[in-house]
Design a protein around this ligand. Structure first.
Ligand code: GH3
Ligand code: MG
Ligand code: MG
Length: 524
């Protein structure tokens, strides 16, 4: 019969917040460690996401600021160009373009250009696109203006006095890029009289873009409302049309300024864009920071934090694991100790202490259930003589093999074989009456005889046991000693009848009387 493990019970914990549930200390420890680790991981995730939002917000703010300040610079450049265009167009409209007027116009143009560094020149074309006058030579590469020029076609079809920005184009002589600011010239009756054009050096705008801090992969772009890319840093795709850019999407096209995150249609790099429309001029300035740059600091922080988090998780796991192993070892040691405390050192059978406990329990159970309880008391015959003849050590060896033989003859789970003391053994047989118990006793006795241990001091020449059997259906609580006494009496009767036999005590209420014993004659 398996001994109840008291340490098993002791290690179980009932948390007050989970009524009716029991956990081992190790399970609770693992749960606690897991909870701490999950709390750390959740904290890390929340912190990391928040830090990312902050990094994006900072990038957004600085992109907006940069777009605004670059927008102001570009506006100032256009303002200067427009002031020159207004001066020249007023002169043309007042004085015409006769030979004398042209000389004055050329001087006036030269003076304006000296005052306005971004301007590359000033040119007047008539209503047929023919070159009229300029401060620069008519042999310049982009002259004479054809009527195909976008600014020409625009002003021809748009009455009104707004400045138009177009381009870019490459000057063949100076091999430099320019964009055009232009205004329409009107006759007195309001009909189209030509255009006045001011080429603005792209290099001038590029210089102010170059000074902007947008990182290695950042972009600054000036895009015309028509979708044409006028200026870009780095200089890629200039002149390309960009109607598919997000700034022309329905979502953004009516906004004066805004930001969005998207993938560049030029180089497919993911960026945060801040755009700013220039209001008076039909252009948009677009500043973009590459995500891999503005999130780089956040990424390296997150990586470092993640490594620290993993270290903490491993540490907690290691500590919990180590503690778990310690708890396991201690529990195993306690169990081993508890087992040893209940076992006999020589034969490894249940010891007297365990026998007493189990017998008391079985007695109570039988009393409750009103079932018979039997007991065998087994005593090795003439064992003193055996020791005397073969020595104490040999005697021990025989006790061990008799103990094994008895144990292997007791097959029913719930029965208990114990060393009662010295060369005496006892077997508790619950739910067994005297007749069945006698069968078991005979099986044990014959099995010992079958061992065939030579014993010169015995009558038969081999070692044997005598067995006293008693049974009862207990009535009184805690009177198990009566059953032991009855089995002892039966054993005494078996000894007296010649040893190597079993005897059964019929009525334990009168256990002291041998008159109640039936001794079974030895048959082997
Ligand atoms: P009986 O047939 O009447 O039982 O005779 P017996 O000699 O067996 O009875 P007795 O009670 O006179 O002697 C029991 C002997 O068992 C005495 C002791 O030397 C021996 N004995 C008790 N415990 C041990 C033990 O652990 N090892 C050994 N080798 N012998 C033991
Ligand atoms: Mg004895
Ligand atoms: Mg004996």
């Amino acid at each position: 019969m398996k001994a109840p493990s008291r340490s098993d019970r002791a290690a179980l914990i009932r948390p007050p917040w989970l009524p009716g549930r029991e956990f081992s200390l190790r399970a609770l420890l693992a749960g606690f460690a897991l909870f701490i680790c999950l709390a750390f991981i959740a904290g890390f995730a929340v912190d990391t996401l928040r830090a990312r939002d902050v990094a994006i917000a900072v990038a957004r703010r600085s992109a907006e600021n940069l777009a605004e300040s670059l927008g102001q610079q570009v506006s100032a450049t256009f303002d200067a160009a427009d002031a020159a265009l207004i001066t020249i167009s007023e002169l043309v409209e007042i004085e015409g373009t006769g030979p004398a007027a042209r000389i004055r116009l050329r001087d006036s143009m030269a003076a304006r250009i000296r005052q306005t560094p971004p301007l590359d020149g000033l040119i007047v074309f008539d209503a047929h696109g023919r070159f009229v006058v300029s401060n620069i030579s008519a042999t310049h590469g982009w002259m004479p203006a054809s009527t195909d020029r976008p600014y020409f076609r625009y002003h021809q079809s748009h009455a009104g006095s707004s400045v138009y920005i177009s381009g870019p184009a490459k000057s063949k002589i100076e091999n430099s890029w320019v964009i055009f600011a232009s205004r329409r010239l009107d006759h007195d009756d309001g009909t189209f009289a030509g255009v006045v054009v001011a080429p603005i050096a792209l290099a001038y705008l590029e210089r102010s873009f170059a000074a902007a801090d947008v990182g290695h992969f950042g972009v600054v772009a000036l895009i015309a409302d028509s979708g044409t890319l006028l200026v870009r840093r780095p200089r890629t795709s200039v002149g390309r049309r960009f109607r598919e850019s997000a700034i022309f999407a329905d979502e953004y096209k009516y906004l004066a300024a805004g930001t969005y995150i998207g993938t560049s249609i030029v180089d497919h790099v993911r960026r945060l864009f801040a755009f700013q429309r220039l209001g008076r001029y039909p252009v948009v300035i677009n500043v973009a920071f590459a995500e891999k740059e503005y999130l780089a600091g956040w990424q390296s922080d997150a990586r470092a934090n993640f490594i620290a988090l993993m270290a903490v998780v491993v540490l907690i796991g290691g500590l919990a694991g180590g503690l778990g192993v310690q708890i396991g070892r201690r529990k195993a040691a306690e169990e081993a100790l508890a087992r040893l405390a209940l076992l006999d050192g020589l034969t490894s059978l249940a010891n007297r202490r365990q026998f007493d406990t189990v017998l008391a329990n079985e007695w109570r159970r039988s009393a409750r259930d009103k079932t018979p309880l039997s007991l065998l008391m087994i005593d090795v015959d003439n064992f003193k003589a055996y020791n005397d003849r073969y020595g104490h050590q040999q005697g021990d060896a025989v006790l061990i093999s008799i103990a094994r033989t008895i144990a292997s003859s007791i097959v029913r789970p719930g029965d208990l074989v114990a060393r009662y003391g010295g060369e005496e053994f006892a077997v508790i047989l619950p739910e067994t009456d005297a007749v069945s118990a006698l069968h078991v006793a005979e099986r044990v006795r014959l099995a010992v005889v079958a061992l065939g241990v030579p014993h010169a001091g015995a009558e038969s020449g081999i070692a044997s046991v005598s067995i006293g059997v008693a049974d009862t259906i207990p009535v009184y609580a805690d009177a198990a000693s009566a059953l032991v006494n009855a089995a002892d009496t039966a054993l005494y009767d078996a000894k007296r009848a010649g040893r190597n036999r079993s005897s059964v005590q019929l009525d334990i209420r009168d256990y002291s009387s041998s008159a109640n014993s039936i001794v079974i004659p030895a048959s082997a």
